[in-house]
Write a protein that binds this ligand. Structure first.
Ligand SMILES: *Cc1c(COP(=O)(O)O)cnc(C)c1O
Length: 412
């Protein structure tokens, strides 16, 4: 039996999503397209297995196969990131962050994290998130002019506020993060240091972004962004926190691990260990530079003036279009991005004055600098003049590009 016969509603929605992925240029910076092998592992009967606990120490029988899977995932992650301890069970990046905070801190302790409007993540202290509800949050931002982290300012706030933990890492920061400087600051105020590399993990894995592992007590990540694996999370830490982290994930915050997803994480890690992945990660960055350069050539303003990583943040204010409108116009043209607050944004979070654009997916589809420059030109045309004629003309060009760079890795 197949879904096509037993559940046509869901079957159709899935087919339509595959079709949408084929026919649009996906430039949401936090997304990627996984390999057929990652999908195969995720769609396996490992989803059926209860495996609470850890390899060799489970609360259920019959775990001999999933133990092999989890041990391989752990070994491969250690090989990639050269870290002392790894927990591959967090269901998501947010779960990894909850578990890490609760392993090191008590409720009510003080966390210093990057402000959401400056590029931080919800789990770094937003008032509506568990982090903001259960911890005392002190935010740091970016410099108003350079849009970069001002480490002297961070140090000043840290020495005044004396947080118990400093979290560094971001969801919309186009520049390198200096983890060594954060470590010096954390040491000065006697705080734990946690890096959340959800976005940049694939670049860190290949030495294309400074490495947080030597400097941080704990490093969390997702596995589905630049790392190009299944939707999920992971925690890396120094040996001394290994048992606290493991206990905080299970039984602290989760029940049974998603063994099919852990298998897919292992498959992803093997891909990341290959030379091909280094070429991929390098191309992601080269493509993003080309994107930034071409947008600037066309007079478009970028937050921080450019990029060091896989994303750019466009300041739309000079064009007098909101993030919300730009996102909708680009979507109508077949280019998918997300509206995003820019530092000290005067507009509301559901409107915003920016869009965030990333290159991980198009690089997976085989785009190189030339193709990306063409896309940058299309983006510029739409956000400068989101009229029906322009949108329809650009959409025609997007369709051609999608045919030229097919996304058909065994997914039909
Ligand atoms: C995406 C992201 C997360 C959360 O990941 P989810 O899997 O969506 O929970 C956490 N931190 C940062 C910095 C992120 O960008």
């Amino acid at each position: 039996m197949s879904l096509k016969k037993t559940d046509t509603e869901i079957y159709k929605a899935i087919q339509n999503e595959i079709d949408r992925q084929h026919k649009n240029l996906e430039m949401i910076a936090s997304e990627n397209y996984t390999s057929p092998e990652v999908l195969e592992a995720m769609g396996s009967p490992l989803t059926d297995k209860y495996a609470e606990g850890y390899p060799g120490r489970r609360y259920y029988g019959g775990c001999e196969n999933v133990d092999i899977v989890e041990n391989i995932a752990i070994e491969r992650a250690k090989e990639i990131f050269k870290c002392e301890h790894v927990n591959v069970q967090p269901h998501s990046g947010s779960q990894a962050n909850i578990a890490s905070y609760l392993a090191l801190l008590d409720i009510g302790d003080k966390i210093m994290g990057m402000d959401l409007s400056c590029g931080g993540h919800l789990t770094h202290g937003h008032p509506l998130n568990f982090s903001g509800k259960y911890f005392d949050i002190v935010p740091y931002g970016v410099d108003k002019k350079s849009h970069r982290i001002d480490y002297e300012k961070v140090r000043e706030i840290a020495l005044k506020e004396r947080p118990d933990l400093i979290v560094c890492g971001a969801s919309a920061y186009p520049r390198e993060i200096d983890f060594k400087k954060f470590k010096e600051i954390a040491d000065e105020c006697d705080a734990y240091l946690m890096a959340d590399i959800a976005h940049i993990a694939g670049l860190v894995a290949k030495g294309l972004h400074p490495d947080p592992v030597p400097y941080c007590d704990v490093v969390t990540t997702t596995t589905h962004k630049t790392l190009r694996g299944p939707r999920g999370g992971m925690i890396m830490c120094k040996k001394e926190y290994a048992s606290a982290i493991d206990r905080s994930v299970f039984p602290g915050n989760q029940g049974g691990p998603l063994m099919h997803v852990i298998a897919a994480k292992a498959v992803c890690f093997k891909e990341v260990l290959s030379e091909d992945f280094k070429d991929y990660a390098k191309q992601v960055i080269a493509n993003c530079r080309a994107l930034a350069g071409e947008l600037k050539n066309r007079g478009i303003k970028l937050i921080s003036g450019g990029t060091d990583n896989h994303l750019v943040l466009v300041d739309l204010r000079p064009l007098e279009i909101t993030g919300k409108k730009a996102e909708a116009a680009l979507q109508a043209a077949g280019i998918v991005v997300n509206k995003n607050s820019i530092p000290y944004d005067p507009a509301k979070p559901l409107v915003t004055s920016g869009i965030r654009i990333g290159t991980p997916v198009l690089t997976t589809r085989g785009f190189k600098e030339e193709g990306i420059k063409t896309v940058a030109g299309l983006i510029a045309r739409v956000i400068k003049d989101p009229s029906e004629e322009i949108i329809s003309d650009v959409n025609g060009k997007v369709r051609e590009l999608c045919k030229k760079y097919p996304h058909n890795k065994g997914r039909e």
